[in-house]
Design a binder for this molecule. Sequence first.
Ligand code: HEC
Ligand code: HEC
Length: 432
Amino acid sequence: MPIFRSAPRAHALSVLPDVACSQPVSAAATRSGRGRWTFFVVALALIGSASTVAASPSTSALADLGRKIFADESLSASGRMSCATCHDPKFAHAQNNALAVQPGGANLDVPGFRAVPSLRYLNVDLPFFFAGDGTPTGGFNRDGSANTLIEQASRPFLAAHEMANGDAAGVVDKLGRASYADEFRGLFGGDVFARIDDAFLAARYALAVYEATAPELRPFSSKFDLFLKGKVKLGAQELRGFAWFNSPAKGGCAGCHPSTRASNGEPPLFTDYTYDNLGVPRNAKIPATADPDYFDFGLCGPDRSDLAARRDLCGAFKVPTLRNVATRKVVFHNGQFTSLREAIEFYVQRDTNPGKWYPLGADGAVRKFDDVPAPLARNVNTGEVPYNRRPGQAPALSELEIDDVVAFLGTLTDGYDAATDTADPARDLAQP
Ligand code: HEC
Ligand code: HEC
């Protein structure tokens, strides 16, 4: 994990941890790794402005505290739900079950709205923005509704369908009684729990540092990583799958899930952090869909409201990393598919055989793109490979080629053990 110690530090922010720098955030800067810590600077400056911040907490002390907060079930209204309940470290920090959405709230019976994304290989520093060509990019959550990890962490603590604390005071009260409360005071000041807003911000700050720096969240320990380092070979089927994945004439997958090193030399993350509309079928297993007027439109709402007028963006969701995707029991924003193979079949057969994926409408015709009202169906990507086909044409990948791609995606699972040719993300947790 690169730590940007060489960056000049701002004079006024001398209480900051070593990693802080004062580079401005811009798309170009963040892509190359600079500017990564700007949002942390702002957060700690805010906490510090209230006086008694202890001597500059180190990144590792903050990450250690963040790791404890992440796993602490007592921080929820139920007393039985932590961040790790939904983002299970053993499942690459994603959900460990095949439910479309997780139940939260005081009695763990309030259903959520989206499947849980993995927190491994997160973009840690890229706020939501429109690129020069208008492409929505960056941000946190599947709709980019949060600009920073600190901002993001408010929702799980407070939302009725997650940890359901209702307000910051509820969270801070619980933090004050946690086993690590003294550690918290040591980092943020003896009176920190009396300063509710500061304490809530400090907790989210520690979580953000954990999410951005913990080695177990970016282990780069997959078979594919060892292959890139020249330490192992991929099998014949895996190599074929890699070729179909990259080929613009076949899967075209790398167009949105890049498979080559970034300009800063970082191994590929298999996401370009942009947004796209795949026309994933409506998932009746999400209780909210019982209301026929309910639609999760991603970028254009309902969770975020600032882009509600951009009807052209309705239905677009963030491109997730494909690292560890083979360990997911559900995929896509609405958890519609429960196997990787099915998800890839959907990609390549959506347009050649729509009747396999969508229900029939009242008129007996296939209701293609049934998770958006008809006028918004035109937003679905129907131009790019592998979506450039018509009914009756051959799919971009044959059944055998789909198997190859599934095999390749399996090489992206962390915790690879060459002796047994198996991978398990839990292996990265032994020595965090
Ligand atoms: C009840 C399950 C649940 C709990 C508990 C939970 N999360 Fe999440 N988390 C989700 C879901 C679902 C999403 C996707 C939400 C969306 O797209 O709007 C998510 C998204 C995220 C993201 C954004 C990831 C991305 O790809 O942009 C981060 C970061 C995150 N959670 C961190 C946390 C932290 C920190 C906690 C504890 C304070 C936490 N989560 C607790 C279910 C949960
Ligand atoms: C035009 C951009 C684009 C292309 C091309 C593309 N994807 Fe995706 N992919 C996305 C987006 C956007 C999502 C998230 C969609 C959602 O959540 O509804 C996604 C999600 C996925 C997921 C689910 C991951 C998860 O954690 O839920 C898999 C698996 C996947 N893609 C594999 C592939 C494969 C294999 C190919 C090539 C056959 C491919 N993708 C081509 C944009 C793309």
